[in-house]
Design a binder for this molecule. Structure first.
Ligand SMILES: [Zn+2]
Length: 292
């Protein structure tokens, strides 16, 4: 199978065929072609994209925003293994500021308060773990952590840091108490099915935490100003699903999950920032904690 594009004939969330086009730009268009050339540093052969179109649509039934067409399986493999600059991605992670690690630690502290068991008894899956740094943080807090990742380079790096990595998910069953999916579901062709597959591996009382880029206002911006490279939530080729809190909650509900608010996490040292984060996470953002 060659690298090619295919159409998503129905909405990936509600399977409705009715959608309206929010934005349509041929990949051969000069601005778009320049963006792709610069972003992927010339690693995408022009002929792969030349006859295709970057198109963002919104489902008329459920308002979900998604790209159509998208790359086929071989295309996705080429994108994440060859076109993306993996060395740069790793360097970015390795030279991250302490803020990133504070965020990871904060998320793991929240996880600590979701379960009564000791951390070593809580089985955690980081689905799409990337280079494995969140796993390492959870592991340092004593959790029983497993990482899953499609990219062999990333898996290998995580293994070398001592993370337990699986190349394929175990069969259905109560394997995990907590499943973390951070910045993953926006990349996948069938996010609802993936979420259902994850739920089928969740233990009773288990929790799923999903974080995706925030697509709030994207439809309006596309309608008023058109596409621009700054619109990260609809990044060409990569962010093929663009969620708002409403559509993310809708997807979770279809997978049989119910959102809930985790315990408040505030400290005196950064009280105002903490309050702002807690209000945003409870009302606005595309960060959800979910239970079956
Ligand atoms: Zn829909």
């Amino acid at each position: 199978m060659n690298v090619a594009f295919y159409r998503r004939s129905v909405c990936p969330l509600c399977e409705s065929a009715g959608c309206k086009i929010l934005c349509e730009i041929p990949y051969g268009d000069r601005t778009m072609a320049n963006f792709i050339e610069q972003f992927y540093q010339g690693r995408v052969a022009a002929e792969v994209l030349s006859t295709e179109t970057y198109r963002v649509v919104a489902c008329e039934q459920c308002d979900f925003i998604y790209q159509d067409p998208i790359l086929n399986e071989n295309g996705m493999q080429a994108l994440y293994q060859d076109w993306i600059d993996n060395a740069q991605s790793l360097h970015k992670k390795q030279s991250a500021k302490s803020k990133l690690y504070r965020q990871y630690a904060g998320q793991v502290h929240t996880l600590t308060r979701l379960f009564d068991q000791r951390p070593g008894q809580v089985r955690v899956l980081d689905f799409g773990m990337g280079w494995g740094y969140w796993c390492r943080m959870a592991q340092a807090h004593g959790f029983d952590v497993t990482g899953y990742e499609l990219s062999p380079q990333r898996s290998q790096h995580a293994r070398a840091m001592g993370i337990q990595v699986v190349d394929k998910l175990p069969g259905t069953g109560a394997h995990f108490d907590y499943i973390h999916a951070n910045q993953v579901l926006e990349h996948l062709p069938d996010p609802l099915q993936t979420l259902k597959d994850l739920c089928a591996r969740l233990a009773p009382g288990g929790v799923v935490c999903i974080r995706v880029p925030d697509g709030r206002g994207v439809a309006d911006i596309l309608a008023r100003h058109g596409w621009s490279p700054q619109l990260d939530a609809v990044h060409p080729l990569e962010h093929i699903n663009c969620f708002t809190r409403k559509t993310l909650t809708g997807m979770a509900t279809r997978a049989g999950l119910t959102p809930f608010n985790p315990p408040l996490r505030l400290n005196w040292g950064s009280l105002w920032g903490g309050i702002r984060r807690e209000i945003a996470d409870r009302l606005l953002t595309t960060h959800l904690y979910l239970r079956q």
